[in-house]
Ligand binder design. Sequence first.
Ligand SMILES: Cc1cc2nc3c(=O)[nH]c(=O)nc-3n(C[C@H](O)[C@H](O)[C@H](O)COP(=O)(O)O)c2cc1C
Length: 225
Amino acid sequence: MEQFTRRDYAGEGITGPVPSTPWAWVQQWVDDARRAGRERADVPEPDSLSVATVDPDGRPSVRTVLLRRLDPQGPGFFTNLHSRKGQALRAHPQAAATLTWPAIYRAIRFEGVAQELDREEVRAYFDSRPWGSRVGAWASEQSAPITDRGELEARVAELEQRWPDRGQADDVPLPDFWGGYLLHCDRVELWAGRRSRLHDRVVWTRDSPGPLDEDGAWEHRLLQP
Ligand SMILES: Cc1cc2nc3c(=O)[nH]c(=O)nc-3n(C[C@H](O)[C@H](O)[C@H](O)COP(=O)(O)O)c2cc1C
């Protein structure tokens, strides 16, 4: 028999009247996780967002990105638009995403339809990135095969010469193939771990994807663990 470490989840659960839209609690939980990320060692990357997509053959895949945008429109992230996830989203914009914070016994699940972020917003975010990451975005044909790491490093060296670091936001142009996605949600669930696997769950749903704070659009229910 394999040896598992069994942990009981000693979370406080979900208390208080459930708000009519998910936004306030989503925002609160992300703030709480980011604070935990600053104050304790066991929440090292509170913005880790697992994003699931489906390819043209109906095959699901999931990977982790960083939550780099969150407002009542929904969660968002930045990536290479030609990557495997980008190709999947072009075929099937339906996507799901989760933020999981085991140390604080909480998780959020989002489901909906991904939309490419507009170029203005992408540019503003790209320009805010460190120079090395901006060069890296050009150097990596994300998700394509590579012979060895040397190939990537040679490309980086060439691009570093082409666009030297002058400390300016426009040192490196924005690649056409680099962008971001916003997940317009029609289902949002908060999960709170409790003792003996008797967790708390609350789910909000709406008929079609839309803002997380739209009054009258969302219905909510509690779910069994
Ligand atoms: C903690 C963490 C954060 C990551 N953040 C991003 C990100 O913000 N954007 C991104 O494109 N890839 C990010 N990655 C890499 C992705 O997990 C993945 O390898 C990459 O996006 C290619 O995925 P795809 O081939 O399914 O498109 C991150 C990985 C980890 C583990």
